[in-house]
Ligand binder design. Structure first.
Ligand code: F6R
Length: 609
């Protein structure tokens, strides 16, 4: 999604803003632009494509030597990917200049109103309407004009605004799209996420919805769009620069797949006590009683996070015996769901900023549900608005295709299910056994990762095929969905995931000679059923790639290729079986020559609906 960086201080802003934009590249974008305040107005440059294209254009430009500026990576929503539609945008009189993330939903009505007042529009964007509206309402005070404009706006926004009449002022605001303010000494860095801030300062605060911040080099004032003063909660960013750097890896996705053992050790650290059979989750304690008494859980999320939530359903019902449903947040938010007393709505999200998940959570809260978050990004919107939650602690995920966040989410959900299970029906012995198994997961993932070259070789055998199927049962049905999603999003191969039993109800018609069909066939309650499904695929000429439990001799005689995972208790098996699927998707994308970390049309954090 779009990214914003803004700077006000005493350093030349240009390089700092470009550096910030590069840190935000992972979010996904199609064009980039920059504006630096100058003595005569703004120096503005825009380019379609990568930030490096913008950099190249700037090399030939004069000016751009001011110390206050705003910059943007755009992920097109309104209007095509053209230089004209690129942010920053100005009003006709070049008085106001702004960058914007989100969507101004009533932009057409605003444009009509502005056109009657003589404004002319040069772009197809909703953002230009906002720049013109602020200029129209400007009466000597930028902050007041921004607030007045935002009171007229419906939709989502994070904005950073400059004005020629107030050259030393930067005004920013947010509703629905994240924006953080890094607090340095004599300087402020504003950005969509902390990765663009941390090189300058580790002190920052997140703007809340409807908050506006007015910054000068040596002052800061935060208030709501309705002029209520707000005291920002400055926190210490825990992000280290090396966490967001590639190191010796070729891609962030590869780095994050290989980081999983380390990441999950962090997820578990200090939270599980095998000897006592106890789970310690500080973020659940304040609501523990309500959670234990819950009559129903509803897991919400999108994409990979939803798949983790689906595994959460199996875990909660198995360990805690709490009836659980899973739903796309995007569906939940609009279908007027029935939320009865005793319902807990649990949002699963890496970024904590996914627009649909956030809105669905709001809908659930309005209807009286207790809200929970299984979130990675500390201080994100979902983390801040939920009643209780568990952080993943897997570190920043930069790769657009989610990997370590998925295993972090499943691990956090497992701990949550055990936490509630122990307070309901789960025996201490069973809990001890599960904790013991959970603690072996990082080492076992390491064993799977040691087979990376073999997984690569198997992938390369099939990488020319355009259609794949992924199948699993029980706990590994969501893993099949996740395997298919990973493959399609970065290698652009069409893939479908499904419960293996569903195959006979239609998809079996797709199986043709040599079609790659990935079965998650680890030893578990439904192993013999999966084996029967494998035979059905073989009988129709499909090539079976099985993810199987080490030591299983039976599988070798029916599968073309086998990718091995160590033995583990079945409820925890997705934490292992997903890893070969992540690697397959990675190697398929590399073999096809795709830019793994910048997949076509995708954004890391989907902050618009
Ligand atoms: C796929 C992927 C997406 C996200 C989804 C939700 O690899 O990353 O499907 O899982 O957009 O994002 P979060 O978890 O940030 O809410």
């Amino acid at each position: 999604m779009c990214g914003i960086v803004g700077y006000i201080g005493n350093l030349p802003a240009k390089n700092l803003l470009i550096e910030g934009l590069k840190r935000l590249e992972y979010r996904g974008y199609d064009s980039a632009g920059i504006a630096i305040a100058s003595s005569t107005g703004f120096d503005i440059e825009r380019a379609v494509g990568r930030v490096s294209n913008l950099e190249a254009k700037l090399d030939g430009d004069t000016g751009f030597d001011g110390t206050i500026g705003i910059a943007h990576t755009r992920w097109a929503t309104h209007g095509g990917v053209t230089e004209v539609n690129c942010h920053p945008h100005t009003d006709n009189g070049n008085k106001v200049c702004l960058v914007h993330n989100g969507i101004i939903e009533n932009y057409a009505a605003i444009k009509t109103w502005l056109a009657e007042r003589g404004h002319v529009f040069n772009t197809e964007t909703d953002t230009e309407a906002l720049a013109c509206l602020i200029a129209e309402l400007y009466d000597g005070d930028l902050e007041a004009a921004v607030k007045a404009a935002l009171r007229e706006v419906t939709g989502a926004y994070a904005i950073a605004v400059l004005c020629t009449e107030e050259p030393g002022v930067l005004v920013c605001a947010r509703k629905g799209s994240p924006l953080m303010v890094g607090v340095g000494s004599g300087e402020y860095v504003v950005a969509s996420d902390p990765s663009a801030i941390v090189a300058h300062t580790s002190r920052a605060f997140a703007l809340d919805d409807y908050n506006v911040v007015r910054l000068t080099q040596d002052s800061i004032r935060t208030s709501t769009i309705h002029n209520k003063a707000v005291t920002p909660k400055v926190m210490q960013l825990e992000l280290e620069l090396d966490q967001i750097e590639l190191g010796t890896f070729d891609h962030y996705m590869q780095k994050e797949i290989f980081e999983q053992p380390h990441a999950l050790r962090n997820t578990l650290r200090g939270r599980v006590d095998r000897d006592e059979g106890r789970i310690v989750l500080g973020g659940l304690l304040s609501c523990a009683k309500e959670l234990v008494r819950a009559r129903k859980f509803v897991m919400i999320g999108q994409g990979t996070a939803l798949h983790a939530g689906m595994i959460g359903e199996y875990l909660l019902e198995d360990f805690a015996k709490i009836p659980t449903e899973v739903e796309f947040a995007s569906e939940f938010r609009y279908r007027n769901p029935i939320v009865e007393e005793g319902t807990v709505v649990c949002a699963v999200s890496q970024s904590g900023e996914t627009a649909d998940t956030l809105a669905a959570l709001g809908e659930a809260q309005d209807k009286g549900a207790l809200s929970m978050g299984i979130v990675n990004a500390v201080g994100s919107s979902i983390a801040r608005t939920t009643d209780a939650g568990v952080y993943l602690r897997v570190g920043p995920e930069i790769g657009v295709a989610s990997t370590k966040a998925f295993t972090g989410q499943v691990t956090a959900l497992t701990m949550m299910a055990l936490f509630l299970g122990r307070r309901r029906f789960l025996s201490v012995e069973k809990c001890k056994q599960m904790i013991g198994d959970l603690e072996t997961i990082p080492d076992k993932i390491e064993q799977v990762l040691q087979q990376a070259q073999q997984i690569k070789a198997v992938t390369e055998k099939y990488v020319h095929r355009e259609n794949w199927l992924f199948m699993g049962r029980g706990f590994n049905y969501p893993t099949a969905l996740e395997g298919a999603l990973k493959l399609k999003e970065i290698s652009y191969i069409h893939a479908e995931g499904m419960p293996a039993a569903e195959m006979k109800h239609g998809p079996i018609a797709l199986i043709t000679d040599g079609m790659p069909t990935v079965f998650i066939a680890n030893r578990g309650a439904q192993y013999t059923k999966v084996m029967a499904n494998i035979e059905e695929v073989r009988a129709r000429g499909g090539h079976v790639i099985a993810v199987a439990t080490e030591g299983d001799t039976e599988i070798e005689s029916v599968a073309e290729d086998v990718l091995w995972v160590p033995e583990v208790a079945e409820p925890l098996s997705p934490l292992l079986t997903v890893v070969p699927l992540q690697l397959m998707a990675y190697y398929a994308a590399v073999a096809r020559g795709h830019d793994v970390d910048k997949p076509r049309n995708l954004a890391k954090s989907v902050t618009v609906e």
